[in-house]
Design a protein around this ligand. Structure first.
Ligand code: ZN
Length: 375
């Protein structure tokens, strides 16, 4: 069994020009699932015109992937071919034929070697701007073992020589490129948010850390995943979470109160957590809502960058919108880590906010009945 210390660094170029919105992210996801390959960094996705193909050949998406692996070069290459095959790559005599997935080893450690029909480093490392650009992004300190030029030097000179071929356009792909499309949050392999990962890696360096040390190697990926979940409210809506869980309840006129709904959010000033409980009450006018849906409505707004006052108001307004009741009251209590961990460090302080709508605002008896149920 190989240990981590046997692992070498390699740079892989992933490309696709058939069904590329799906196939490029999917090929990188499959790379992540390989037990002997650890994906360290992924570049942005670049769009480039097809090289050498006939007119009308679709443009390529390309991304470079920095990995460490315990596999020898030939086995690594076989593994990449398996991923290409799994994604429906059809191999033809034409080297420029459109393809769903193309995974090539550009660098393997500092190895300089000719194999049967291919060599390392891949010659395109020094001749093609669409390769050099993304490679320089993930491995800026790497030096070409033959020419001695850094990847950044190579990319800059190719871009200067052939500005028209420079893959300058970094693409943000729609689903399923982002992690949000992944239903199972705990599936590490299913996550691909390369820009966010790269930024978090840079952040580690900025604060004086070494992103390559054992404990931090998967941290950019984990943080990207966590951020994705904690801000998933941006891509969900009240209509979505409520669905058809609104029930006609003729004659239901009693106040309904759901107490102590836990929520977790992040303040928009420091991007630090604040969390606590929400108590939500309403006075029905014909319609009632499944109780668990109230917690889901709170989550839609809590899983964004927030201030507690706005969060409270948004929950109240959403309840008014979906239920059209006589009135709504929301009281939220929150502890803010930005206050507890830094600055004044008032560890016990918690903040209470409230929002009253309809009869909860206009009728003192309704409001006090609700507030008496809150604490
Ligand atoms: Zn704050």
């Amino acid at each position: 069994m190989a240990t981590e210390s046997d692992a070498v660094e390699a740079v892989i170029l992933a490309g696709s020009n058939v069904d590329k919105e799906r196939c490029l992210p999917e090929s990188i996801r499959r790379l992540r699932r390989q037990p002997d390959i650890t994906v360290r960094t992924v570049s942005a996705c670049y769009e480039t015109a097809a090289v050498g193909g006939p007119a009308g050949t679709p443009d390529f998406y390309n991304a470079a992937v920095l990995v460490t692996t315990t596999l020898d070069p030939e086995t690594l290459r076989e593994r990449l071919h398996e991923i290409e095959d799994a994604l429906g790559r059809v191999r033809t005599e034409d080297p420029n034929a459109p393809r769903t997935a193309d995974l090539d080893i550009i660098y393997y450690d500092d190895l300089v070697k000719d194999f049967d029909g291919w060599s390392l480093p891949d010659p395109v490392a020094e001749t093609e701007a669409y390769v050099a650009g993304p490679v320089a992004e993930v491995a800026p300190r790497r030096v070409h073992p033959v020419s001695g030029r850094s990847t950044v030097e190579i990319a800059n000179s190719l871009h200067a020589e052939h500005p028209e071929a420079a893959p300058t356009m970094a693409i943000t792909l729609s689903v399923p490129y982002t992690t949000r499309a992944v239903p199972d949050f705990d599936d590490v392999e299913g996550v691909y948010a390369p820009r966010l990962e790269a930024l978090i890696r840079d952040q580690l360096i900025e604060i004086g850390e070494d992103p390559e040390r054992e404990g931090l190697r998967q941290t950019p990926l984990r943080v990207a995943k966590a951020m994705d979940f904690l801000t998933s409210g941006y891509t969900s809506s009240v209509e979505q979470v409520v669905g058809d869980a609104i029930f006609d309840a003729e004659g239901a006129e009693e106040m309904v109160v759901v107490r102590d709904v836990e929520y977790y959010s992040m303040c928009e000033h420091h991007m630090l957590p604040f969390f606590g409980t929400a108590t939500v009450g309403y006075l029905p006018k014909g319609n009632i809502i499944g109780l668990s849906k109230i917690a889901r409505i709170v989550d839609v707004f809590a899983r964004r960058l927030q201030v507690q006052e706005r969060l409270t108001n948004q929950v109240a307004d959403a309840m008014m919108d979906v239920l059209n009741p006589h009135g709504v009251g929301v009281v939220m209590e929150g502890k803010h880590l930005c206050m507890m961990m830094r600055g004044v460090q008032k560890q016990e302080s918690s903040m209470v906010t409230s929002a009253m709508r309809g009869t909860f605002r206009s009728d003192a008896r309704t409001r006090s009945e609700f507030l008496s149920l809150v604490s």
